[in-house]
Ligand binder design. Structure first.
Ligand SMILES: NC(=O)c1ccc[n+]([C@@H]2O[C@H](COP(=O)([O-])OP(=O)(O)OC[C@H]3O[C@@H](n4cnc5c(N)ncnc54)[C@H](OP(=O)(O)O)[C@@H]3O)[C@@H](O)[C@H]2O)c1
Length: 223
């Protein structure tokens, strides 16, 4: 298959690119800094930003055949990697929502059906499955901005009419890929402080493009 990856220079995005290529897929990555991804067979890097519709259109048209699916691992940039850090002053408010809107508009032009987005546990109806202290953190700490963006993205993607998978990952951790536990969209039975490695999320997201099991769903995932 051929994938277009948005956010391919990020911590999870890089693993998505790696996983796709290791499975024999070809990848176009639209990134701000091409040097952020090592050149390798199967990878085409396009310099640009997904908030710019023209850049997205160039990425869709980069190869003779068009992407079968778009994978999104963008984030609302913070001033440091700490989840409590403030949002970076130069982060566009709607980076994730506007980028996905651009991608969906291009998908309709190019006949690409599916988009698989790295979302987060707590978005949409999975909010109720978080224990009170976590909900308090997501309500009052800087994490509320990321959650608000994912809520908007979730809502807008559902209304777009394309095939979507919203992977509601719980707390991301480094480490090897491990078996994924898939919970319902509302996160029922997920547990108190679940974690999932970025490598596991990358595997899940590629599989969500290869198979039809999660189309139209937003499963909560952990290890
Ligand atoms: N942290 C957690 O525990 C957790 C849990 C569940 C879900 N999530 C979600 O997982 C997603 C990915 O997280 P991550 O930690 O892998 O992300 P990350 O390492 O911060 O990478 C973010 C990606 O977004 C791109 N990006 C950010 N701002 C941009 C802009 N203005 N224009 C173009 N590209 C931009 C970055 O590009 P550059 O390299 O050019 O900056 C990078 O490729 C996020 O949406 C996050 O909310 C996180």
């Amino acid at each position: 298959m051929q994938f277009l990856v948005l956010g391919g220079s990020g911590r999870t995005g890089k693993l998505i690119v790696e996983e796709a290529i290791s499975k024999g897929h070809s990848v176009v990555a639209l990134v701000r800094s091409p040097s952020s991804l090592a050149a390798r067979p199967g990878l085409t890097t396009i310099q640009g930003t997904p908030t710019n519709h023209e850049d997205i259109m160039r990425a869709f048209g980069a190869l003779p055949t068009h992407p079968d699916a778009v994978l999104v691992a963008l984030s609302l940039k913070r001033v440091s990697d700490s989840p409590f850090a403030a949002i970076s002053p130069d982060a566009p408010d709607r980076i994730m929502e506007d980028s996905v809107a651009n991608a969906i508009s291009a998908m309709k032009d190019f006949g690409t059906n599916r988009i698989t987005i790295l979302s987060q546990w707590g978005a949409g109806d999975s909010w109720s499955s978080m224990i009170f202290p976590l909900r308090a953190m997501f309500k009052h700490a800087n994490m509320k901005y990321g959650l608000a963006a994912h809520n908007a993205l979730d809502e807008e993607t559902r209304q777009s009419g394309v095939e979507f998978v919203l992977a509601r990952a719980c707390v991301l951790a480094d480490g090897d890929a491990a078996p994924i536990r898939v919970y319902p969209d509302d996160g029922t039975s997920i547990g108190l402080f679940p974690k999932v490695t970025r490598a596991s999320v990358a595997k899940f997201m590629i599989e969500a493009c290869e198979k039809d099991d999660f189309v139209g769903k937003s499963p909560v995932i952990s290890n």
